[in-house]
Design a protein around this ligand. Sequence first.
Ligand code: FES
Ligand code: MG
Length: 570
Amino acid sequence: MEKENLRSRNWFGRTGKDGFIYRAWMKNNGIPDHDFKKPVIGICNTWSELTPCNVHLRDLADHVKRGVLEAGGFPVEFPVMSLGETLMKPTAMLFRNLASMDVEESIRGNPLDGVVLLCGCDKTTPSLVMGACSVNLPAIVVSGGPMLTGRYKGASIGTSDVWRLAAGLEEGTVNEAQLREMEEALCHSQGHCAVMGTASTMACMAESLGLTLPGNAAIPAVDARRKVLARQSGSRIVEMVREDLKPSDILTRAAFENAIITNAAIGGSTNFVLHLLAIAGRIGVPLELGDFDTLSRDIPMIVNLQPSGQFFMEDLYDAGGLPAVLKELDTHLHKDALTVNGKTISENYRDAQCYNTAIITNTRQPVSAGTGLAVLTGNICEQGAVIKPSAASAHLMQHTGTALVFESIEDYKQRIQDDTLEVDENSILVLKNVGPKGYPGMPEVGNMTLPKKLLQKGITDMVRISDGRMSGTGFGTVVLHVAPEAAAGGNFSVLRTGDLITLDVPNRTLQVHLSDAELAERKKQWQPLPPHTTRGYVHLYTQHVQQAHLGADLDFLNGSSGANVTKDSH
Ligand code: FES
Ligand code: MG
């Protein structure tokens, strides 16, 4: 039994020349005529050999297709721009908004009734969700799943070890040959990073928003149960089309609040802030940077995963997965938030169980009393900045030190290992021009490697401040996302080496000890950097990208244009 008013009927249900054209070319793939009456389900695939974390999504799409067919739908898989975190220069983040435009237009322009979003590596999840929100056809997320835990000489390793190795190389405790050996062992299965980095954070975000079937976030990429979940999701999207269950029905303010609460409890990535703000902007739910602090404040970290804790995504799955975490957060969550399976979030986690309290603990005995995220304000960051206290050092949570300012990433790289550099463990490293407009694209360079001479003294952390981002796998006392960024000419742009800065995380402030008059005087001298380019997407991006506190989306992409296309192609 099919819905009469399927959107795809406006293509495949037509008579005459138009219907002929829409159907005839599709039939070159052996599609029988009766398929054109079924709900058409797009499988939006970020498979790419340049995105190693998503390389298995071609196979996973086949399992989605089986589910779609089983439920009486017509599956059509299509590629969209795929953003590989490890290879893309200058940073995959520069292209998140571009990929979201590809997704949005590919969905709207084609005869689709619903869409399955296949994603994994960091930016692929938000770009797909953002694009789908701007069309608002029924949509369900299927994540690629994390890699198996890396194993090296009897020890478990994951992406967060990359930062330890980088420090080890500087200190001289790790050599190039050992690095090559570990390279063989780190990524020994398909899937995305196996720690609570940005990819896992995004998978948990999608599940806590209600955009996935329960359990999606943590099933390892190579586990047979992920194929089952993909198949079930394929079946479910056909029903969602019949029920007309759209992202706007699921992504209410309550869903966003649930995602923020969950992110605090899992010790999720700081990138979560940018992506969730951008998604809220697309679906039209009011959400502000300050909400992340207010909603996270009373939520302790109860999941013991790297980089803030000890274990890996595979362990989280074995311990009960995200449903077991959500169940522990029951008193904090909006229980009646609707999810893609038509049930509320609390109905979905009601029967969940925790099988290992070392991995998923509880709010009475948390892994860390400090919450996952804090939002700072002050005269350095008039529109805010973020820090992840769970991945920072307790002794630096209230710290006053002298700024050592680097005007650009090139300046930092050139001087940081200079033995004559005046720096000690109380100094505060400041890196400018790594924001959305400044770099451009806001790269993950905020967790700057410390000067070698301090590493050799055994110093492992210092306060670092930038307008850039940090990998979700990174750690340290790192203040990120300073807004306005240096390239936008706020107070941050005029900080100088020798300025006294106070970071006070308990009171959520970040201040430079300068008067307003002094800051204003310095700003009179400030000159914007010359443009990076005057053509192409990067030009469009730098002209229109919004600051970090608004999610770094392009200003003209806020909101949704709906699914209607009034004009025909022939
Ligand atoms: Fe793709 Fe980490 S590099 S998820
Ligand atoms: Mg990353």
